[in-house]
Design a protein around this ligand. Sequence first.
Ligand code: C2O
Ligand code: CU
Length: 433
Amino acid sequence: GTPDLGGGPGDPHMGHSMPGMTRSVDELRDTSTAPAAVAVTLVARKQVFRLPTGEQVDGFTLNGESPGPELRVVQGQTVQVRLVNESVPDGVTLHWHGMDVPNADDGVAGVTQDAVRPGGEFTYRFVAKDAGTYWYHSHQVANPQVQGGLFGGLVVAPRGAPAEPETTALVHHYGSNRTVDGRTGDTAVAAAPGSRMRVRVVNTDNGPMSTWVTGAAFRLVAIDGTDVHGPATVSGQAVTVTAGGRADLDVDVPADGSGARVEMGGDAALIVGATGAPPPHSAKPAVTLDPLSYGTPSPLGFDPARATRNFDYTVGRWPGFVDGQPGVWWTVNGKMWPDVPMFVVSEGDVVRVRIANTSGEVHPMHLHGHHAVVLARDGVAATGSPWWVDTLDVADGATYDVAFVADNPGIWMDHCHNLKHAAEGLVAHLMYT
Ligand code: C2O
Ligand code: CU
């Protein structure tokens, strides 16, 4: 069958000790028993719940709500999450999207753990080493489970920095309703006139979303949890938030009390700081900010010219039969999961990947456990701030050159974060030997 992001409990294709790996997944686990700074229990349930609009969702909750509780951590803290599956029939896991956690805590059913069956539990433990905006979600039959509500926000505040006014904006479609933090329409966020508000936009849906700000200027201060170096002030441009990706906007709250409207795709918004009537909706700007040339360069911390591994990775479309069923499937180098060969690295490798997309649709490609820097798009070299991504929108016909350092041993999924496409075969793995 197809992967649907998790082979299911007891998937025979993969186990916890991968032959050929120098260390098994379980040996990569944090076995310390010291108390964690942040310790929470999340109880997963299949349940019918109501959106604030009154609409019923037949989905899933964590501690009775969807989105699940936002986890807030200070950089350097140890996080321990006990996941209890009360009633999710297919089993459940939690993946810490964008956080480069130890492999054993990555939450990928069938790869780093078995799915937690109803009545079971699993405890994750990791150090939040990088500040930034992340999210968590189930990684077992992920397309229906994430769409149905098994996700939440995860924010790591920088250590030693003064707290800044900020808000998370977790954007999600429950059915046809676009919501921000579970609410449809406009959501008010109090902010002092003339202040700055960091809006952490998280796209939990399957397609790219545009965000833009009406009535105020802003800076795009982080992408996928990594700060942009030298972010310039932007007005009249939209920012694309990749499916699974994050964009942090530092919004200049108007001094006159009029508020800023942070548009999420055009049909939901955060109204930041308005004390009177909120500014009217505005259409999406014609110009979209290009991270390839935004901000100013700064050192990468490694030299991509000294690559010790080079991979070519072409995403294609394959009409054919799977398990006797005709369909259109997605491939990596002509193969679909589980027949895509492992991309094999060793710890310390500098890895370059050329990702090309000839498939006819956009694919938000997501690599677990690592952040990659974009070197070039369609042969045009990046000129702005280092553009670090964990989830990169690769448009049809586009080619990206990216690079990363292999510094997190294990077996890591690399897949399309249009989770429907992942279920349709667009899944590969990176494996350390
Ligand atoms: Cu956010 Cu493999 O996923
Ligand atoms: Cu895709």
